[in-house]
Design a protein around this ligand. Structure first.
Ligand code: FAD
Length: 289
């Protein structure tokens, strides 16, 4: 294996300096479930591995009814799924977390890592996209925020500049009520071959807002905006669901790979989105739509 230095900063200020000094030669280590394998296989050859797990500023979950949810970048998937406020107000995150890998992986993998890895098949980003998540980045030029929907530039490519760190992810205050569904086709019980998250929420007034986000259906997780708009404006019924599923299939930009063909993925987007919408409508009907 290619030799590299290991650095474990103890404060965000120290991490920021280290990242600025090393820029392209430094690689961030969070849970390590992805990056260590890539180093071992010499896919990447960092000069310095910067371990951010010890940074207190990147840890923890906080919530307020009016302020919303803040997730430290090194929050593990297990900690996220077990948090009472997340379970109560952002249950789609819990549904997505439960599908992510094995318990061993969920105990290691972090929220920040699941975003920054920028792989199409990641399970948490579709749910985060449904909640309009914002990424808070810290770099040599200071802090800036980027909506998660604008954070992806391609497979393994994000909007993070060299030397920038994802510090936390925030979600707006929860709606009066919301229902979500996350359905996937998985390979060997692990990797998502294709997935769809659906969320309906109502703040105040009669209108319902819809969100649909897809996994493994494009070079990175993405929202199906036209399908969302259709659900918000169309007459409720089977035709509405069918049309939304069709629009989501059109939004998908799937690729062929060893796990599935693009054609299969696109058709499964239709199936999973339809299933998700129907499940959410059933939950909504308990409260009057
Ligand atoms: C057996 C196995 C099964 C898996 N199954 C699934 C699955 O079902 N669903 C799924 O979504 N994923 C799965 N994964 C993939 C992996 O666990 C996730 O992508 C994980 O969330 C990555 O998080 P991490 O904290 O381990 O990141 P790391 O491996 O530490 O880092 C990943 C990348 O993100 C960068 N990075 C991490 N944190 C930050 C930050 N705060 N700021 C800037 N850059 C950062 C790193 O430099 C690196 O490039 C699986 C992996 C394995 C090995």
């Amino acid at each position: 294996m290619h030799p590299f230095d290991y650095a474990k900063p103890t404060s965000l200020a120290e991490a920021r300096t280290l990242l600025a000094q090393t820029a392209a030669d430094g690689v961030v280590l969070a849970g390590g479930s992805d990056v260590l394998r890539r180093i071992e296989e010499e896919v990447i050859r960092p000069q310095v591995l910067i371990d951010i797990k010890g940074l207190p500023e990147l840890r923890g979950i906080s919530f307020s009814v009016h302020g919303g949810l803040s997730l430290g970048a090194t929050t593990t998937i297990s900690a996220l799924a077990a948090h009472n406020d997340v379970r109560r107000h952002y249950s789609l995150l819990v549904k997505a977390s439960h599908q992510l890998g094995s318990l061993r992986i969920r105990n290691r993998a972090t929220v920040g890592g699941n975003i920054c890895v920028a792989l199409p098949q990641t399970d948490l980003p579709p749910a985060l996209l449904c909640y309009d998540a914002t990424c808070h980045l810290l770099g040599p030029e200071g802090e800036r925020t980027v909506p998660l929907s604008e954070c992806y530039k391609g497979t393994r490519q994000t909007a993070l500049e060299p030397g920038e760190l994802l510090v936390r992810v925030t979600l707006p205050a929860p709606a009066a009520y919301s229902y979500g569904a996350y359905h996937t086709v998985r390979q060997g019980g692990q990797t998502t071959v294709v997935g769809a998250a659906v969320l309906a929420r109502r703040a105040s007034g009669p209108s319902t807002e819809w969100r649909i986000a897809l996994a493994a259906a494009a070079p990175y997780p993405l929202r199906a905006y036209e399908a969302e708009t259709h659900l918000a404006s169309a007459e409720p019924g089977a035709a509405m669901v069918e049309k939304a599923a069709e629009l989501a299939m059109r939004a998908a930009q799937p690729a062929d790979d060893i796990r599935a063909s693009a054609r299969y993925r696109r058709s499964m987007v239709g199936v999973l989105v339809r299933r998700g919408i129907e499940e959410v409508i059933e939950q909504l009907s308990g409260r009057g739509r």
